[in-house]
Design a protein around this ligand. Structure first.
Ligand SMILES: NC(=O)c1ccc[n+]([C@@H]2O[C@H](COP(=O)([O-])OP(=O)(O)OC[C@H]3O[C@@H](n4cnc5c(N)ncnc54)[C@H](O)[C@@H]3O)[C@@H](O)[C@H]2O)c1
Length: 445
């Protein structure tokens, strides 16, 4: 049997799947392979995560405690910080961060470090798949050479497509969404060659219902970037319209609902206080950076970035104007920010616009508290360091603020309480929709 045939056969039996990076993407993926009957060996540099997985402690709240308990009690799952064990799996999937550097340039250090780790342990007959979101070309031009170089340094000379198989398969995780899971969301798969694509499709058949084969790793990489740019641009468009309609005294939310009654040719996107999370504020700029190599500009991405980045300041300006109508100067005003996470019903604060909004209020001399049932303590963030804890809600507490600014529309928050007791609500999410009659004055922003 050829190396390809052997690996193909193993993937249909009880293969060992190595997953590097056990975060928002890697952990549910590990669970999906485990549920599909595979053995799973997780790798992470964060010892705290490895310890938590050994005891079944859940460190990503939105996934629920059941997942980590299930994995901890299974003899088909374990996790380690020992990267020399990367020689063991039949397939290795890389799910490490791809953030932006200080000048909005791609920070590929995590992917390159993982490629080095793989190269130091790789053996003939393994499949390596990159899942981290990135620009087209990363898998072939950046990751593969590092793996081959590290392997060659150990006198392991591998031929891609013959005894080493490499593919890209973008993650489509949407934390907090229950209508689609890792298992039910169709998954794009594109290899560096046909053999790699065949094996990667066979691999993902074990974890997801519908792997979707594309002709190359580059197509899969570009499709992921397209998905995120599509969202960034459309959100920017409605954010711009929101500002225009605000000036005209028209409720943008009602306008979108009205337009969405058209059964074809329209897809609703909603405005907000600014972008957050790991994907939409970051990934489009990966393409911007790569496009420069080809002498191309990404004007839609730049414009969307400009508009979306301005939104937190717009929310603050609208609040200040509304306070002014109440003859209240911003300095000394008491503000309650409702919601710290970047989107509803999760505890993820990465790139959350709430942090910038809070900092702007502080800079204006406001007294600021926040309430978020999912984020009890303001975590340490790359750009923001604030010593705050979530305050409890009560009618008296709410009435003591000059303004309540709804940044995230968590389901667990009782918006009726705001409607009945706040003086002024600045609502960036339409969370007060239908809460009439409302004692508070509501300003949509
Ligand atoms: N979070 C999402 O909703 C989402 C959705 C789609 C795609 N993605 C993409 O998936 C990738 C991973 O994102 P995430 O949200 O899971 O990140 P995360 O920060 O939640 O998890 C990454 C994990 O990798 C670990 N890690 C970092 N360097 C490592 C290394 N050298 N070796 C082993 N482990 C290492 C970290 O400790 C962490 O546990 C990113 O490229 C992201 O853009 C994320």
């Amino acid at each position: 049997m050829t190396t390809f045939e052997q690996l193909n056969l193993r993937l249909t039996r009880e293969p060992l799947i190595g997953i590097i990076g056990l975060g928002y993407v890697g952990l549910p993926l590990a669970d999906a392979f485990h549920t599909g009957g595979c053995r799973v060996l997780g790798f992470d540099i964060d010892q705290a995560k490895i310890d938590a997985l050994a005891t079944g402690t859940n460190y990503l709240k939105h996934l629920g405690a059941e997942m980590t308990t299930r994995l901890a009690s299974s003899d088909r799952f374990s996790a380690t910080t020992d990267f020399s064990r990367l020689a063991e799996p039949d397939a290795i999937i890389i799910c490490v961060p791809t953030p932006l550097g200080r000048h909005n340039e791609p920070d590929m250090s995590y992917v390159i470090n993982s490629a080095r780790d793989v190269g130091r342990a790789v053996r003939p007959g393994q499949l390596v798949v990159l899942e981290s979101t990135t620009y087209p070309g990363t898998t072939r031009q950046d990751m593969l050479p590092v793996i081959l170089r590290e392997a060659a340094a150990r006198d392991v000379n591998l031929t891609p497509g013959t005894d080493l198989f490499v593919a890209f398969s973008p993650e489509r995780e949407d934390p907090g969404r229950t209508s689609h899971t890792t298992r039910t969301t169709p998954k794009l798969v594109g290899g560096l060659d046909d053999a790699s694509t065949d094996l990667a499709v066979a691999l993902y058949k074990r974890a997801v219902q519908a792997p979707v084969r594309v002709s190359s790793a580059e197509v899969a990489e570009a499709a992921k970037v397209l998905e995120n740019i599509f969202r960034a641009v459309n959100i920017a468009m409605v954010n711009e319209l929101k500002v225009i309609f605000d000036h005209m005294g028209i409720d943008v939310w009602e306008v979108i609902d009205a337009a969405a009654t058209k059964p074809f040719g329209f897809m609703p996107f909603y405005p907000g206080p600014g972008l957050g999370g790991h994907c939409i504020p970051i990934d489009p700029f990966y393409l911007t950076w790569k496009a420069r190599e080809y002498g191309q500009n990404t004007r839609f991405i730049e414009l969307a970035g400009e508009i979306n980045t301005r939104m937190p300041r717009y929310v603050v300006e609208r609040t200040v104007a509304a306070l002014n109508d109440d003859r209240k100067p911003a300095a000394g005003s008491r503000i309650l920010v409702s919601g710290l996470a970047y989107k509803k019903n999760i505890d993820d604060v990465r790139e959350t616009p709430a942090a910038e909004i809070i900092e702007e209020f502080f800079a204006l001399g406001c007294h600021v508290d926040y309430h978020d049932p999912h984020v009890p303590v303001f975590p340490r963030m790359r750009k923001h360091k604030l010593e705050l804890t979530s305050v409890p809600l009560s009618p008296q507490a709410i009435a003591s603020y000059d303004a309540v600014v709804i940044v995230t529309d968590h389901t667990a928050v009782d918006y009726r309480l705001y409607a009945d007791h706040a003086r002024l609500i600045v609502d960036t999410r339409n969370a007060t929709k239908g809460l009439r009659p409302c004692k508070a004055r509501v300003v949509k922003a």
